[in-house]
Design a protein around this ligand. Structure first.
Ligand code: PLP
Length: 363
């Protein structure tokens, strides 16, 4: 008789055998500062422009696969030509597609953990070896010599600036060295760069560095995490490769319309970003004043903190104060760390008050 067992583990592609569905550990809370979203309401004018664009979008036709209208607006934003822009279903799709296109068995991706955990996940799915160059345990800096050495012969290098979850920028001279001294395709993930000082982005290097790929997203500063729009700036040949492997309709008509309206309104979003940057300083100062709490400087819309009994503090923040933050206390290199997204002034005050109480009680 035929075997009736559904032995999924045995049927799965071997590289996927140990994967489990992603669990964002989300619990509905009054204040959600766990996912680095922009928690400010969109400015009224931006919201109105998006709503009007959505209303005017027919749903019966397939999307433009390459999102050319949005692509042109993004190209204009960065002073590049359209053929250097590829839009994706969030930055995540583009990270996956880069590994799908340029990784694979026998090829390596170099990363600098602790960093965005999706890099290693997507690499594993794409059967790409990960070479980790661990950051300094104290200040999270990247050892440029070690990075260059690890990147020798690697297919890909993923660098994050500002880095998630540590908040620090990648020094430009480190990137310079990786580009000059290795042959790898180098992705700089700038998901949070709008929150960093002017001049932090390397987007304007793309025109002269064929092996540089810069990733951006509308999920963070633009406040559109739910719409799933990200993009890369890259050499036209890299864009063509990404265009060839992508799911053709991954960026739907509503996402394209909302993204285009938001990017056109980017000047109206600048005060929101400025407010988050100011709140980041206020939050960091408030945290630094708490006994036994360590923080690191951040150029993003979150702050990493080390607190005594972090997992318990995180649980009590959620259960007793209805404040959700991200627990990294069990992650390698992030002992005792929580990541706090910067919210509105009111949200940050709620978080600070709750933390002050819990840190005192947990001492
Ligand atoms: C949030 C984030 C992204 C992209 O997120 P999407 O919502 O998929 O655009 C990429 N890299 C890092 C480091 C992030 O934190």
């Amino acid at each position: 008789m035929a075997e009736k067992n559904l032995d999924v583990a045995a049927r799965l592609r071997r590289a996927l055998a140990c994967f489990e569905p992603y669990d964002p550990a989300f619990t509905p809370c009054r204040v959600n500062l766990s996912a680095n979203e922009n928690t400010h309401p969109l400015p009224v004018g931006v919201r109105a422009a998006i709503d009007a664009a959505l209303l005017a979008t027919p749903l019966n036709r397939y999307p433009d696969p390459m999102a050319n209208e949005l692509r042109d607006e993004l190209a204009a934003r960065h002073g590049l030509s359209r053929d250097r822009v590829c839009v994706g279903n969030g930055g995540d799709e583009l990270l996956f597609n880069l590994l799908f296109a340029f990784g694979g068995p026998g090829r390596a991706l170099v990363t600098c953990p602790p960093d965005f955990s999706e890099y290693a996940n997507f690499a594993a799915m794409c059967e790409t070896e990960v070479r980790a160059v661990w950051r300094d345990a104290e200040d999270f800096s990247v050892d440029a010599d070690a990075l260059v050495a690890a990147a020798a012969g690697a297919a890909l290098v993923f660098l994050t600036s500002p880095n998630n979850p540590t908040g620090d920028l990648l020094p430009h001279d480190t990137l310079r060295r990786v580009l000059d001294e290795t042959d790898a395709l180098v992705l700089v993930d700038e998901a949070y760069v709008e929150f960093a000082p002017e001049g932090s982005s390397v987007a304007d290097w793309v025109a002269s560095e064929p092996r540089l790929v810069v990733l951006r997203t509308l999920s963070k500063a633009f406040g559109l995490a739910g719409a799933r729009v990200g993009y890369v700036l890259a050499d036209p040949a890299v864009v063509d490769a990404l265009a060839a492997v992508r799911q053709i309709y991954s960026v739907d008509v509503l996402a394209q319309a909302a993204g285009l309206a938001a990017v056109r309104c980017r000047d109206q979003l600048a005060p929101v970003v400025a407010d988050i940057v100011a709140e980041r300083a206020r939050l960091a100062a408030g945290l630094a004043a708490l006994p036994g709490v360590r923080t690191w400087p951040s150029e993003a819309n979150f702050v990493l903190v080390r607190v005594p009994r972090a997992a318990e503090v995180r649980r009590r923040l959620r259960d007793e104060h209805s404040v959700l933050v991200r627990d990294f206390s069990a992650a390698p290199g992030l002992d005792g760390c929580l990541r706090l997204s910067v919210g509105t002034r009111e949200e940050n005050d709620t978080l600070l008050d709750a933390l002050a109480t819990l840190v005192r009680e947990e001492q």
